[in-house]
Design a protein around this ligand. Structure first.
Ligand SMILES: [Zn+2]
Length: 105
């Protein structure tokens, strides 16, 4: 699985403002968008990386459009933290941290 990383991304900057977070990683499709964190520092934090990879898997499972709709729908109903896709990503981040088969390009 090839995953792209984009530093200083406008998309992640908007997410950071919305979530009131300093540093943010936000996934769209197979790209992890970063704001206020370098690629190097992000990749050192394995639980965080695994969390974002779970979102890449979710995008693949449902497709771009359907996943975006479901994610926004979940967020509107339950908020960010209780959004089932965030719950799922947190479970992944607390499980066995395996990055096998993942290639960052
Ligand atoms: Zn997340």
């Amino acid at each position: 699985m090839k995953i792209r990383i984009k530093e200083e991304s406008l998309f992640a900057r908007i997410a950071a403002r919305k979530l009131k977070c300093n540093a943010v990683a936000a996934v769209f499709g197979s790209t992890i968008h970063l704001w206020n964190v370098s690629r190097e520092d992000f990749l050192k934090r394995t639980p965080w990386v695994v969390h974002e990879i779970e979102h890449v898997r979710q995008f693949r499972r449902y497709g771009y459009i359907w996943f975006s709709v479901l994610y926004l729908w979940e967020s509107a109903r339950k908020g960010y933290y209780n959004n089932r896709f965030e719950v799922e990503a947190r479970v992944a981040e607390n499980g066995v941290l395996c990055l096998e088969g993942v290639e960052f390009v």
